[in-house]
Design a protein. Structure first.
Length: 246
């Protein structure tokens, strides 16, 4: 049983920079929250510190540059986030450049989770025992996730990217169901190794800076348009992704 058929989806985000998550109030995600389709709870990791300096990091065992986030503080924050949710399973997402790559297929899967918890680290990341501990608890599913092969300063921007990709797939969130339906071809193809890129799109005016809209699109011949779009998608896919298909 998936959550979207029963409860409201909850997303928790834990960070030392909760203000970084302010965009979650805006646009599509903000409207989904207002409509009661989705609950987003942003927590300041420093609320779980116990010392006067509100310390969340310490030097790495074994030496090396930078600081590592302490498992004690993260454990308290994640436990509270789970305790405040009615979900039976908590999907803990730990952002890291060393994680499995986030894809459309994973966004689709995560859009059915009752309670997603995003752990946004900073510095050199979070003590590995946080991942290992929650993997040993049956009420948690733990994934270490990367949004791409480049290094960010922390997990917050990666969490924003993932949440945007996930939330638009929750039933009822997108205002225009046709745009998701049309995309369903793309979604199923995006999961295949030979994914097809989108064809180019045009709107008015018919000529702009001496560039005309391709004639086929104004022909009214829908069969020809479909064939042209598929050919453009294939050509673009070969050119950009270097794939040889069909
Ligand atoms: C954190 C950092 C050098 C981490 C752990 C927490 N796709 C993606 N790129 N970067 C991240 C995700 C990411 C996510 C969380 C993060 C980066 N950093 C910085 C720097 C090595 C690291 O290894 C801290």
């Amino acid at each position: 049983m998936t959550n979207s058929e029963t409860n409201k989806n909850r997303i928790s985000v834990i960070s030392i920079f909760p203000e970084y998550l302010a965009p979650l109030e805006l646009s599509l995600i903000g409207k989904a929250r207002e409509a009661g389709l989705l609950e987003i709870v942003v927590t300041d990791l420093r609320d779980f510190t116990t010392d006067i300096h509100r310390t969340v990091d310490d030097t790495p065992y074994g030496g090396g540059a930078g600081m590592v986030m302490m498992p004690t503080i993260w454990g308290e924050a994640i436990d509270q986030s789970a305790a405040n949710s009615e979900a039976e399973i908590h999907d803990l997402v730990i952002l890291t450049p060393a994680g499995e790559l986030f894809t459309q297929a994973k966004a689709q899967e995560m859009s059915t989770c009752a309670h997603l918890i995003f752990a946004c680290g900073r510095y050199e990341g979070i003590d590995q025992r946080v991942t290992d501990h929650y993997r040993s608890r049956p009420e948690f599913r733990v994934r270490e996730v990367s949004i791409g092969d480049y290094v960010l300063n922390g997990g917050e921007a990666a969490a924003l990217v993932m949440i945007e990709a996930i939330v638009r797939l929750i039933p009822g969130v997108i205002g225009n169901p046709a745009s998701l339906e049309e995309e369903s071809h793309t979604i199923s193809e995006a999961q295949l190794p030979g994914a097809l890129l989108e064809y180019p799109t045009y709107t008015k005016p018919p000529v702009w800076r001496e560039l005309a809209v391709p004639e086929v699109l104004t022909s009214g011949n829908h069969g020809l348009i479909q064939k042209w779009r598929r050919e453009m998608a294939l050509a673009r896919t070969r050119r950009i992704r270097g794939l040889t298909r069909e």
